[in-house]
Write a protein that binds this ligand. Structure first.
Ligand SMILES: [Zn+2]
Ligand SMILES: [Zn+2]
Length: 449
């Protein structure tokens, strides 16, 4: 089937795409969106800077408009990239005990783990705190620079599509909490110093957060590729799937699906499904994998501390008990919430949502969607303990006097966090809003009465 031609936005080549009036004023048609969380089809209202459009049924944000979006994202992304460069160029943290001392760079928090035969954990650490954020920021700069100069740079659509997939795996903010917990853990035993890199990294984490919030996907995709016509006969105020439509999760455009309920977005080429294929089975499988990995994560030591020649392994729970005995109640609570409450709560919540999803009920759909949003939001914070291990292992290296080695639980726990994050991604929240077949339809489709 030939791709329908995109209707180009009314702009001249070479003219900056950024300071023109917003999408609503450049097109006479209604711009339809199908909510990504509840599948409700709505028409976007005209938005002014500082406003956002929410789904009237579930409250999911459909679009948010910023003042000068391209300049804003470009400036934030450049500043974040500079602070990341500073953060990897200077010493991160130092410690000294009894005349022995050690000073580490940011990258050593990952590279030291390789020396302890933990390459997978090392890769997870370096990807989540440095590599993926750097790729994300360079992509944002590339996209916005193209829009500012008036013609998108090469590969802009592919890059814009990958941004939303990178987003959940960037964990600079979680790493900061991990660094603070590590500092409090060792502050009583040794002298700790914060390097320039630590402060640069804090600024980087903040700027990265602001950059992700500054991106206005609706505006960006309109500027990149215009707004193709909504499929004929699309009705607002109804679910998209029964009309044979689906909203694109990446660019928002409403597309018609083929007879099997699949298709590709006409604007960004993202694959589309009426409902994610085998969503519940996949989520169950990933939850089962996470539950299996939770056992070794708690039974084996997460790190082994050697102090004055004697080594003592400690599990996640053991570490929390130790902290309480040291009197560090607040830190013990942080680790307890991040390493016990959040992963177990997320497992149980997702399992429950999988159980009730086939019996969708419009009275509970909103509260269930809120629970799902919570599990999606909190999942990554479990990585705190992995970052604490990475920092302590790299930093505390004073031979027999005091040193820390990672334990086998670190890999199991990291794998569990990743599995539960993937489980939340494969779960399709739209299932919770699907109205069950009316009794009459159920009777005609099922066994005769
Ligand atoms: Zn919705
Ligand atoms: Zn799309």
């Amino acid at each position: 089937m030939p791709r329908p031609a995109l209707r180009a936005p009314t702009l001249l080549r070479g003219e900056p795409l950024v300071d023109r009036s917003p999408p609503e004023t450049r097109t006479s048609r209604r711009r339809l969106r199908a909510c990504h969380e509840c599948d409700w089809v709505v028409a976007l209202p005209p938005l002014h800077a500082g406003e956002k459009a929410e789904c009237p049924r579930c409250g999911h944000t459909l679009a948010s408009r910023h003042h000068r979006p391209a300049q804003r994202s470009l400036a934030l992304a450049l500043a974040a990239l500079v602070s990341l460069a500073l953060a990897v160029s200077f010493p991160f943290i130092s410690f000294s005990i009894g005349g022995f001392g050690n000073r580490i760079d940011l990258t050593q928090t990952a590279t030291t783990l390789i020396g302890f035969q933990q390459p997978l954990v090392a890769i997870a650490v370096i990807l989540t705190i440095g590599v993926l954020p750097a790729v994300y920021l360079v992509s944002v700069i590339w996209l916005q620079a193209g829009l500012l100069r008036g013609a998108p740079l090469p590969a802009s659509r592919g890059i814009a599509r990958s941004l939303s997939h990178l987003h959940p795996w960037m964990m600079a903010d979680v790493f900061i909490i991990g660094a603070l917990v590590s500092l409090i853990k060792i502050a009583g035993m040794a002298e700790v110093g914060l390097g320039i890199s630590f402060w640069a990294f804090c600024i980087f984490a903040l700027l990265l957060l602001l950059t992700t919030q500054s991106l206005d996907a609706d505006w960006m995709w309109f500027s990149l590729a215009g707004e193709p016509l909504a499929p004929e006969g699309s009705q607002t105020g109804e679910s998209a799937a029964p009309q044979g439509l689906a909203g694109c999760a990446t660019c928002g455009l409403v597309n018609r699906l083929d007879a099997d309920g699949h298709g590709r977005c006409r604007r960004c080429n993202e694959s589309l499904h009426a409902r994610l294929p085998n969503s519940l089975q996949r989520t169950w499988a990933l939850l089962a994998a996470a539950a299996v990995m939770y056992l070794p994560a708690n039974l084996y030591p997460i790190m082994t501390t050697t102090s004055l020649g004697s080594s003592s392994p400690s599990t996640i729970i053991g570490g929390i008990v130790e902290l309480i005995e040291m009197g560090s109640w607040p830190v013990a609570m942080v680790i307890f919430v991040a390493s016990v409450i959040v992963p177990v709560g997320k497992l149980l919540a997702l399992a429950w949502l999988c159980l009730v999803a086939p019996r969708a009920n419009k009275h509970f759909a909103l509260s269930r969607t809120r629970l799902f949003r919570l599990t999606e939001f909190i999942g990554r914070w479990s990585m705190v303990d992995i970052f604490v291990v990475a920092i302590l292992v790299a930093l505390i290296r004073a031979g027999n006097l005091m040193s820390i080695a990672p334990g086998p639980a670190a890999l199991a726990f990291g794998a569990m966090v990743v599995s539960t994050m993937l489980a939340a991604m494969t779960f399709d929240p739209r299932l919770m809003w699907d109205t069950p077949l009316p009794r009459e339809a159920g009777l005609t489709q099922g066994s005769p009465p």
